[in-house]
Structures are given as C-alpha cells and as structure tokens.
Design a protein around this ligand. Structure first.
Ligand code: ZN
Ligand code: FE
Length: 257
C-alpha cells in the first residue's frame, strides 16, 4: 500500500491510499476533492472507498464531489455519525474491518474530539513492515484533538487504545500542527531531552516547509504530553495527581496556549 499525503485547506492532510497491484485507491478524510482527483488521475487509479474519521467539514468536504466522479465508491464512517457524513453508506463500530484492494484496516472507536470519531489501523502484513494508523483529529503529532463532544475520560481511553499499538506504527494525523504542539509540550515537559531534540528537528523541518507527518508512535509515546498523562514529571508540572485530571489540565492549558 502506498500512502500519498495531499495538503489541503490551510493545514489539513488528505491521505490517498493506493494499491498498485489492483490499481484501486481509498482516500482518508477528503477535505477537498480537487487534490484527490488530481492524484487519482496521475496514478490512473479508481477510487473505491472514502474513509472518514469524523463528520467535521475539513474531513468530509470532498465526499460529494468525489462521489459524482466515482459513484461506486463506498463511503465509510462511524456508526454514531449517522446523518452527519455526506454519502455515508457504512456505519462502523469498534473491531469492524474495512478493505480495499488487497488491504484491510481494523476500526478503532476513539471518541473524544467528537462522540463518533473512529480511526483506521492497517496492521503490518509482514514482520519487516510498519502498520499505518489514520487517526483523524484524535492523536496529533505532539498533541491531540480538542474535546468538542467528549470528556477527558473518553479521550484518555481513546488515546490509550492508540498507545497500545506497536512503536514503529506510522501515525498519519490529519493536520500539520506539530511545531505549535511541541512548543506547548516544552512548557509542561521541559526537562525531556527527547522532546528538546524533536522540537529542534521539527523547527528546522518547518522552516524548510517540510511536512512532519507521518509521525511514529514510539516518538509520540516519548514526546507527546497527551500520551504521557501518567508521567510523574508532567503530573507535577500541571499540579495533578491522577491520569484523568492530568489529561484534563493539559487539554485546558493547550486550549488557552
Ligand atoms: Zn475535527
Ligand atoms: Fe480537523
């Protein structure tokens, strides 16, 4: 499976998943149809699936136009997004499987950013490969999504589910927020050498307009405060003494950062 990262709107990424053997493609969170159609044309591939993580316009805005060009494409989304995703035909729950070409993803129910949010995880097929996680606005590189329709408890459960995936998993987040996220991370985890190094590297990458997505789950576990609610140093920095309170304080501080 080849993943094409397509910038869209001001800071979104759309991911086009191409199966060269069958020359079919799936798209994750098409904010806009134009870059997707362009990429499909370049590849000469047929779009067979639209994989939405949640109903926000910057994740589903291209659905209708894509369906006009590819009327047989199947539109997937979370079961609890019924009525909120244009063209949705399949209503997914935790553990469901979604396939296109020779590839299959497992659905993870990860509410918090919205009440219906799901993620798609393509497990590695061989021992040498990495898995691919498409997590929408749940886990960001160096951060996490805002809580629009969920509670800190739900989001911790959701992020904990993602945290249990293998360290070498490629994390395909839907926004280019890494630099700003790491600036915040340093305010609560300033002594973390891995975080300091990562911030320096991301600063250089962004000054050269390079994308920081995909991230890597092992890197996130060591440098993303929103996966480190159980770290003693971070708990002390936000003056909290349990996991949920730590996460809630971090999220509130980041909302105002
Ligand atoms: Zn969103
Ligand atoms: Fe978004």
């Amino acid at each position: 499976m080849q993943v094409h990262r397509l910038p869209a709107l001001s800071d979104n990424y759309i991911f086009l998943l191409h199966d060269p053997a069958q020359n079919v493609a799936a798209v994750v969170d098409p904010a806009d149809a134009v870059p997707v159609l362009h990429c499909l044309k370049t590849l000469g591939a047929e779009l067979v699936a639209i994989l939405n993580t949640h109903h926000h316009a910057d994740h589903v805005g291209g659905n209708t136009s894509l369906l006009q060009q590819f009327p047989d494409a199947v539109v997937y989304g979370g079961a609890e997004d019924r009525g909120r995703i244009p063209g949705q035909q399949v209503f997914l729950q935790e553990g469901d499987r979604v396939s296109f070409g020779d590839h299959e993803a497992k659905v993870l129910f990860v509410p918090g950013h919205t009440r219906a949010h799901i993620a798609y995880y393509f497990a590695p097929v061989t021992a040498n490969e990495a898995g691919h996680l498409f997590c929408g606005d749940t886990l960001f590189s160096g951060g996490c999504g805002r809580l629009f329709e969920g509670t800190p408890t739900q989001m911790v459960q959701s992020l904990n589910k993602l945290r249990t995936l293998p360290d070498n998993t490629c994390v395909w987040c839907a926004h280019e927020y890494t630099l700003k996220n790491l600036e915040f991370a340093l305010t609560v985890d300033s002594a973390n050498a891995a975080l300091q190094q990562r911030f320096a590297a991301v600063n250089v990458a962004r000054s050269q307009h390079e994308a920081t997505i995909p991230s890597n789950l092992g890197v996130e576990k060591h440098t993303n405060p929103f996966l480190r609610w159980d770290n003693a140093g971070i708990q002390a920095a936000v003056q909290a003494d349990n996991d949920i309170q730590t996460f809630a304080r971090l999220r509130g501080m980041k909302d105002r950062f």
